[in-house]
Ligand binder design. Structure first.
Ligand SMILES: Cc1cc2nc3c(=O)[nH]c(=O)nc-3n(C[C@H](O)[C@H](O)[C@H](O)COP(=O)(O)OP(=O)(O)OC[C@H]3O[C@@H](n4cnc5c(N)ncnc54)[C@H](O)[C@@H]3O)c2cc1C
Length: 460
């Protein structure tokens, strides 16, 4: 560690003696990576665990004084390298800043610290008959701070929208240690620029989120769940496009290809149709009779697209198993080898073409690619499966993903639907957004963080 880092850590311990601070390399090792184990992290000078906004302010002021980079970190489940340690930086972990400060049924809001786990918030508001909709598949692990910084999506976002749609106000510590609030409990509030919108999805590069006021909804009805199986991925893609075109907005519209179906079924023994080329999971949480009608209409769209079989979950318990199985798709694929989950999005009508392209890339590069994802949002997760220690793996994955991103962009899509730019997608940002837009992003970064101490090297 250089002298500056050492001096900063000494001051951190002096000013915040009660805060947990790890300095030993053996202790900080677990915080160097996120879920992108292929990224090469730097060696941090330490890892700290603030519990209050005041503590975060002190840390940021010292970092600004010593020009030490800060890496905000939630649970480290990110899939684009946003929380990966920066050389000579201090990683600031929010898991101990995890209080639900208020649930306000009269205003349908919850105010939370950033380290609250997404599913814990869901359970807490359910106790009041309320509902927090954004539910990344990692919801039992990931934090609200990480969700805000990535603008995360999830399985229910096709109906309810993504994290951004549920943010009313943020408290943010800026790069000079000052604190701003971007909103509060107002449902409508258009005073000045939308600063909250700027911090949501900024991946810890513009400010550190220390509190959030989130929008809640009345709890919806119990979900009805249906599975539809198809003989080709194209047919499943056609069904997604057909459901969307018919004006049906299910709560969940998730896709798994044959490879993922087999991996999930092998793990959970659910009796899924392993002969199918693709499966859709479709759910409705509309009030009773309407849910039935919604699923019947979705069933019709699936049959028109060539579904080979359709089954409904017998009861809520079975539906829950199926949902858990979908959430475990990445874990199931990891049992088949090293699984690197990717993330692309296309307009929903272009899903069939995107699926066919991924299939052809898999064949031409001799690379196993399992595909699953939030098809109802046009958001797919091609997941590359390689053998550990295969020296050709990196090159083949790189070639395959370049082709997949290029096709997604040709189709009017995006190189990341929900996992963020982080380190993993930086090379493609300008290709998608254009030089002018990236120039504006750099100007914003420069204005808010002129010394570049907030998560440097990420996004831009
Ligand atoms: C199995 C699996 C399934 C997943 N499914 C989904 C899914 O369905 N949808 C989806 O969108 N993502 C999904 N993800 C990705 C990941 O879970 C999300 O991006 C999640 O929001 C990250 O939360 P985290 O707490 O782990 O954040 P981290 O990974 O720790 O950090 C993510 C980013 O947030 C920044 N950050 C964290 N806290 C703060 C803060 N307080 N202030 C400012 N910046 C901060 C970090 O610097 C980093 O850039 C999945 C990941 C896995 C492993």
């Amino acid at each position: 560690m250089n002298a500056t880092g050492g001096a900063m850590l000494r001051q951190v311990s002096e000013q915040l003696p009660a805060m947990r601070l790890l300095e030993d390399a053996a202790d900080t090792e677990a915080y160097r990576f996120d879920e992108t184990e292929y990224m090469r992290p730097g060696q941090p000078i330490g890892v700290c665990f603030p519990t209050t906004t005041d503590e975060v302010q002190s840390i940021v002021r010292l970092a600004a004084q010593h020009r030490v980079p800060l890496v905000p970190r939630g649970a480290g489940t990110g899939l684009s390298g946003g929380a990966v340690a920066v050389e000579g930086g201090l990683t600031v972990v929010f898991t101990a800043m995890n209080r639900i400060l208020e649930i306000d049924p009269a205003n349908l809001t919850a105010t939370v610290q950033p380290g609250v786990i997404n599913a814990d918030l869901g359970r807490a508001v359910a106790g009041h008959g309320l509902f927090y909709a954004p539910d990344p598949a990692s919801f039992e692990m990931c934090t609200i701070g990480g969700n805000l910084a990535e603008n995360s999506g999830g399985l229910r976002c096709v109906k309810y929208g993504v994290t951004r749609d549920f943010v009313l106000g943020l408290e943010v510590v800026l790069a000079d240690g000052s604190v701003i609030r971007t909103g509060g409990k107002n449902v409508k509030d258009v005073a000045g620029y939308d600063l909250g919108g700027l911090f949501v999805g900024s991946e810890g590069t513009l400010g550190i989120i220390t509190e959030a006021t989130l929008r809640l909804l009345p709890a919806p009805a119990e979900r009805l769940t249906m599975l539809a199986f198809f003989g080709t991925v194209r047919a499943a893609g056609d069904a997604v496009a057909g459901i969307t075109a018919a004006g049906i907005v299910p709560t969940t519209l998730e896709l798994m290809d044959a490879f993922t179906i087999a991996a999930v079924d092998e793990w959970h023994q659910l009796g899924l149709d392993r002969t199918a080329a693709a499966m859709l999971m479709i759910e409705s949480d509309a009030p009773a009779a309407l849910a039935d009608l919604e699923l019947a209409a979705a069933e019709q769209a699936c049959l028109s697209a060539g579904a080979t079989s359709i089954v409904r979950a017998a009861d809520p318990r079975e539906a829950d198993w199926l949902r858990q199985a979908r959430r475990s798709a990445h874990g199931a694929l990891e049992r088949a080898g090293v699984a690197r989950m990717d993330d692309v999005g296309v307009p929903r009508s272009r899903i069939p073409e995107m699926l066919e392209h991924i299939e052809s890339v898999s064949t031409s590069h001799g690379l196993r690619i399992g595909v699953f994802g939030h098809a109802g949002d046009g958001n797919l997760h091609p997941t590359y499966i390689v053998e550990r220690d295969d020296p050709t793996a990196e090159g083949r994955i790189d070639a395959a993903r370049s082709e997949i991103y290029a096709r997604a962009l040709d189709l009017g899509g995006t190189v990341t639907g929900e996992h963020g730019t982080g380190l993993a997608k930086r090379r493609w940002l300008e290709l998608q957004r254009g030089a002018g837009a990236v120039r504006v992003m750099r100007a914003i970064k420069q204005a808010l963080d002129p010394d570049g101490i907030l998560n440097p090297g990420k996004v831009l």
